[in-house]
Design a protein around this ligand. Sequence first.
Ligand SMILES: Cc1ncc(COP(=O)(O)O)c(C=O)c1O
Length: 399
Amino acid sequence: MRLAPRLDQVKPSPTLMVTVKVAALRREGIEVIDFGAGEPDFDTPEHIKDAAIAALKQGKTKYTPVGGTADVKEAIIAKLQRDNSLEYALPEVTTGCGGKHILFNAFHALVGPGDEVLIPAPYWVSYSDIVVLAGGTPKLLPTTEDTGFKITAAQLHAALGPHSKVLLLNSPSNPTGAAYTEDELSRIADVIESSELFTISDDVYEKFLYDAPRCAHLLALKPGLRDRLLVANSVSKTYAMTGWRLGYAAGPQEVIKAMETIQSQSTSNPNSIAQAAAIEALTGDQEPVGVMAGEFAKRRNYVVDRLRAIPGISCTLPEGAFYVFPRVAGCFGPKWQGKPIASAMDFSLYLLEEAKVALVAGEGFGSAEHVRISYATSMQNLEQGLNQIEAALQRLSGA
Ligand SMILES: Cc1ncc(COP(=O)(O)O)c(C=O)c1O
């Protein structure tokens, strides 16, 4: 069977592949500690579940308008005003089946053949594949530990070309946890303003920012970008609602309308019960978010301290999200199964087999020298998993 040519250019999400591998090993009865998860280990707060149950009982079980009900859009508008000091009206807001779907719609609405999307790297695995599916060209802007895994304004300026159409910013970032300061964002905003770039600000980790001071939204710092910026967000990470599939966006009416047109010919509206739950999530008690963030902060410190004590591994302290992105190239060289460990992929396969710990190799994020460790798992799992990693690496180096 000949599949469509677009399949030649996209790969399945490596983070979801890890989840599948872990599930397969567990089915064989092998205990694996999973550091691959891209979702909070906490349960969805009760008041949000109650809102969903109430919606079900009230019969909110029918199609809604494609971009979501007016009520969920009002809740998003209230959230953007409360948390980000951004003012939007109903036609400037939409919802989709998760943040990923929002980005899928946005890239399909904004880019086509010949259009370049600038993506700071390391980057979340799906950005480049979605851009390719949409017919555009991802252009990676490499960053390293030296700049805290952040692009500089000068780098952005130098990367601009005649085909540059969209800039994707994700702060705090998956996979590095890097978060821009207000000063850095302002300088980047100056470059955007002087160009014709359209910016997508992926804010899904905005609530998981630890000791860094809270930072104004890029658009609040530079209101002049309003016609050229899309805020993309989701209830997935903030409210431990990854399975509910509800993402949202706010931006220029023309772009929102185009996204809804695309959605109208694919999924139609996102799940009506998830919309009702999202209203409660966005406008109800926000305390559970602070509790989660407090717990993540403790785990981050623990994981970074443990990793820094392992020979061959270096690790920056991420400002946010729930990932660390250590450099593991210092562990490359020793042989396993007759071949030297020479990449992040080899390293993570070794740890999966020999330490029974799953983490995600950096290749999918644009680095063969790093791995991503998610600390969205219990302190007990973190301790045990890191003990097993440490022991397996000691065996590897013959120490
Ligand atoms: C950076 C980033 N953006 C967007 C998403 C999309 O999340 P969801 O589709 O669950 O809202 C993810 C999920 O891993 C992510 O890491």
